[in-house]
Design a binder for this molecule. Structure first.
Ligand SMILES: [Zn+2]
Ligand SMILES: [Zn+2]
Length: 313
């Protein structure tokens, strides 16, 4: 799994940071990419990457503020121009469907693929054999959700020779053993999955939070996550502004990661008031609370491999 930050700014674009978007690249796991938020010019940011828009099959929107959705019409339209035929599902709060459908209708935008909408409410918003995505409301000035993406444990490796030596015939029983089920042979003998497979491997958990002030649900979504992506619009000196505008500080985000017992914290949604020269101090403040903290910047990538998080420039 890889995370690719496409935009890491707050409110409006600056020369250094575009507005919010992060790609969760699941190319090895399922051959697709999920996008979380789609601020204006996200498609321009994608042009500087290896991401193919048709590979993006899900977009999760945290809330309807422009710095999180103004890139959507352009992105979904270009995805069509580029020959995308695979369906696209957009998950987001009430009102998103209406806004996007009106925009597409008024601009006479015709898509070459099916567009589906899923209105997000608290709970499980997506689940299949590989992944489960949960949403919980955060505390912002408008309705806003955070997402928790959990990869289900991966089945262990099947030792075919061992299974065959125990009398398992070639065929569907091997598949059952690989999937973790014990099987009964024709002669009545039971072959246990754990005897012919390596132990299952844990998947990853990532919490991708939208705009929020310090809140309990940010902690719930981040509980023991491998990676937490939390907004940090303000720093400790501007803490009085944070809650007032429905945002968090660097140290509040760090407090969430600490209390949730998360492994890695990545700060995004950084206000343009913080210049490059301010960032070492900004980071140090957060690291004082939660040591394993990073600040995202546009085009920064992270890779997760077996519980290790690696930074890739
Ligand atoms: Zn925002
Ligand atoms: Zn917002």
């Amino acid at each position: 799994m890889q995370l690719h930050f496409l935009g890491t700014g707050a409110g409006m674009p600056s020369k250094d940071r575009n507005t919010s978007a992060v790609a969760l690249k699941l190319l090895e796991e399922r051959g697709s990419i999920w996008l979380f938020d789609c601020g204006e010019a996200t498609q321009h940011q994608i042009l500087h990457t290896t991401i193919k828009p048709r590979k993006v099959d899900k977009v999760f929107i945290t809330h309807l503020h422009g710095d999180h959705i103004f890139g959507l019409p352009g992105f979904i339209s270009s995805r069509s121009f580029l020959g995308g035929e695979e369906p696209l599902t957009i998950y987001g709060p009430k009102g998103l469907k209406q806004w996007l459908e009106q925009t597409l209708k008024l601009t006479k935008t015709h898509l070459t693929y099916e567009l589906y909408f899923e209105e997000v409410v608290e709970g499980i918003v997506f689940e299949d054999a590989q992944f489960i995505v949960k949403a919980m409301p955060l505390e912002h000035v408008i309705e806003c959700f955070g997402y928790r993406i959990e990869q289900k444990p991966l089945a262990g490796e099947l030792y075919i020779d061992k299974a065959i030596a125990l009398g398992v015939p070639k065929g569907p029983l091997l598949g059952q053993l690989k999937a973790g089920n014990d099987v009964v042979l024709e002669n009545g003998h039971v072959v246990r999955s754990m005897d012919v497979t390596s132990p299952p491997q844990d998947g990853f958990t990532v919490a991708i939070l939208g705009d929020t002030k310090y809140c309990e649900n940010a902690k719930n979504l981040s509980y023991e996550a491998d990676i937490v992506i939390h907004e940090a619009t303000f720093d400790h000196a501007t803490i009085h502004l944070a809650a007032q505008y429905g945002h968090s500080t660097n140290t509040e985000a760090a407090q969430i990661a600490k209390e949730a017992n998360a492994q890695t914290l990545i700060l995004n949604h950084i206000s343009a008031r913080f210049l490059e020269k301010d960032l070492p101090h900004f980071l140090a403040e957060a690291q004082h609370v939660f040591a394993n903290t990073f600040i995202a910047h546009d085009q920064l990538q992270f890779e997760w491999k077996q519980h290790e998080v690696i930074v890739k420039e």
